[in-house]
Every structure is written in C-alpha cells, then in structure tokens.
Design a protein around this ligand. Structure first.
Ligand code: ZN
Ligand code: ZN
Length: 350
C-alpha cells in the first residue's frame, strides 16, 4: 500500500494544508509543526511520498516542540539532544474519505486530545443505545425477580407444611375402558420418518433448514497514521454470507391407526359397593373399521375433612383406600401457603 503525507495547518499564520513530512516548519512564517494537529487530507488532495522509508513515529523536541524523525539524535531546529523525547501521538485510523480534511479551526484554544467528528455525531445514537441498555437491564432484572419469587413460593409450598387431623367422610371409585377403532389417519412428516405401513404416499420438496454460503466480501480502505507525518492506506475485507435453503423430501400418507372413539365408565360410592369394570363388547377382527379395547384406568378417591370443616380428596391405590373406613381418624401434612393436602403420607391417627 502506498504512503501519503498527513496535512497540518499553521496556528501562527493560518496557512492550511501543509505537508506533514515535507514541512516540519511552516514555509510561510517558520513556526514549528504541531504533530498533534496533523490530519488526513481529502481523498482528492492526497500527496504520495515516493521512496518512503519508515523509521518510526516522530519524536517531539522538549525544548522547541519541533517534530523530528525517529532516526534523528538532535533536533533539526534547535540542536537539542532528543534523548528522552516522547513520541508524538497518532490519529486514530479512519475509513478513507471519512475524516479527510476535517481539523480543528485555526487559532482555537487547544481542547486537549483531538475529538473525532464521528464521536460528536454519534452521541445521540450512543445515548439512545445506553437507554435501550438500561431498559434491557430493567427487564432482565424484573424477569429475574419474578423467577426467584416463583421459585421461593414453590419451595415454601413444598417444605413449609403443618400437620392436619382428618376424618374419613366417604369413598368414590371410577373404572374406565377406552374403545378404539382401526381407522385411516392422514399424516405427514419428513419422508425418512415415514412408517412402513404408509399408503398413498405423496412426496414434495420442502425447506428443512438453511445454511450460510460465502457470497463475496465487503472491503473498505482505511487511512493509518504512521506518526512520522505520513499515513498508509490499507484494505480491510470482511466476508459476506447469504442464506441458502436446504431442501428435503416431505411426505403425506395414509396409515391405519387405532383411535379412541369412546370411553366406557363405571362409578360407585362407598366401600361396600364392589368396583367393577364396565361391560364392553369389541370385534375380534383386525381390519379397517374393527374395534378393540384400549387403555384401562381405575381411580379410588377418599373424601376427608378437618375439624374446621375444610374438605380434601385423595386418589389412592385400592388396598390403602379399603383400609380407610368412614369415621376413622387420620393425620397428614398440608402446605401452609395453599392448604393443599399431601396424599402420600396419610397415617392412621394415634
Ligand atoms: Zn505559518
Ligand atoms: Zn528543538
């Protein structure tokens, strides 16, 4: 990449666009160059430096402020030894054309480190971004508080319990059987998930996922201050990607499936009623339209009451349910927060 001269303006006489490397002193009034005020020239005014040999950032003479080449041992202006002199500070690199030609107005008091125009232009957006950030933090905080609160309530409900004295008030039972029919079911999925008994299969292509494919690159030219009154340009490229769909075969088919079409139930109350399964009649065939017995369920519920009249029900296994005669006394634990009874630790009262 080629090398170009930085520019500077003379503070004393107002001459503008002096060359950073060639003009160590103002050709008009002789004032020494202030390396802190070098700037990138506009694109169309760039001045190339031929056969440039870079030896390092300039050193600023502590006695007369003149910038000197890093290779020099004595100030070219006043002859002072440069030993111990600090290097000049460099301008931040900018996109070519961005900061070109902008600089501090001549004669203005030095406000300290140079302020980049992007910084001032972007402060509004920066404040907005900061606002969004705060808003985001607030939301996150709220979610965290709600989550922790929820967790505490759950734990309290689980572990903050008290004992309850209970009296058995009654019993109910339910036994049910599902009835299923072999029917045609319309299904669809990726073809490799299709069951073996699929019929009337229709295939189509469908987007399953997407992948990133490299699609060229975006390049920018940047100006890089070398600190010796010159700058280099460099090209920076970032790859660009585009999304491409990944297709796969999608299938629709018909399959024979057992589907629940009815549920038969028997119910009863009291320990004396004998729980029995509902009567069902099903086919013995295995072809379309045939019926069969599906899932069987049995639920045995005991009704309990506390001394203050508050009622509870518990679904239990049949043998335990049978041991709990009406009027018998039991102890259990219940959650303090919700009053819910734990049905797993019911014990006969002592
Ligand atoms: Zn001058
Ligand atoms: Zn000097």
């Amino acid at each position: 990449m080629p090398t170009y001269e930085m520019f500077w303006d003379c503070d004393r006489c107002g001459t503008e666009k002096l060359l950073g490397k060639t003009h160590r002193h103002c050709p008009n009034c002789g004032a020494p160059q202030d390396p802190g005020r070098r700037y990138f020239p506009p694109e169309e005014e760039k001045v190339a430096v031929e056969d440039h040999k870079y030896v390092g950032a300039d050193r600023r003479c502590v006695s007369c402020d003149t910038p000197n080449s890093a290779a020099a041992e004595f100030c070219t202006n006043c002859g002072n030894a440069l030993e111990g002199a600090g290097s000049v500070s460099m301008k931040a690199e900018v996109e070519a054309g961005m900061q070109s030609g902008t600089r501090k107005p001549a004669k203005a008091p030095d406000p300290g480190p140079a302020k980049k125009p992007e910084a001032s232009g972007g402060s509004g957006a920066g404040a907005a971004a900061a606002g969004m950030g705060l808003f985001g933090m607030g939301c996150l905080g709220l979610v965290a508080v709600v989550f922790v609160g929820f967790l505490i309530v759950c734990l309290l409900n689980l572990f903050w319990t008290e004992s309850a004295d209970l009296t058995v008030k009654g019993h109910t039972w339910t036994r049910s059987i599902e009835l299923e029919k072999l029917s045609v079911s319309n299904e669809s999925d990726w073809c490799n998930e299709m069951p073996a008994n699929a019929k009337n299969v229709k295939r189509t292509e469908k987007k399953k996922s997407s992948k990133k494919v490299k699609d060229g690159e975006d390049c920018k030219t940047k100006n890089v201050d070398q600190g010796d009154g010159t700058f280099k340009t460099k090209k920076e490229c970032t790859p660009r990607y585009r999304e491409e769909p990944v297709m796969a075969a999608w299938c629709s088919w018909e399959a024979e499936k057992w589907k629940t079409f009815d549920t038969k139930k028997s119910t009863g109350t009291g320990l004396d009623s004998k729980p029995e399964w509902p009567k069902v009649s099903v086919d013995t065939c295995q072809t379309l339209g045939c019926s069969r017995q599906g899932e069987k369920k049995e639920v045995y519920t005991v009704e309990l009451a506390e001394a203050d009249g508050s009622k509870h029900t518990c679904d239990l296994k049949e043998p335990k349910w049978r041991t709990m005669a009406v009027g018998s006394k039991w102890t259990g634990t219940k959650a303090v927060l919700t009053g819910g009874l734990k049905c797993t630790d019911l014990e006969p009262a002592k």
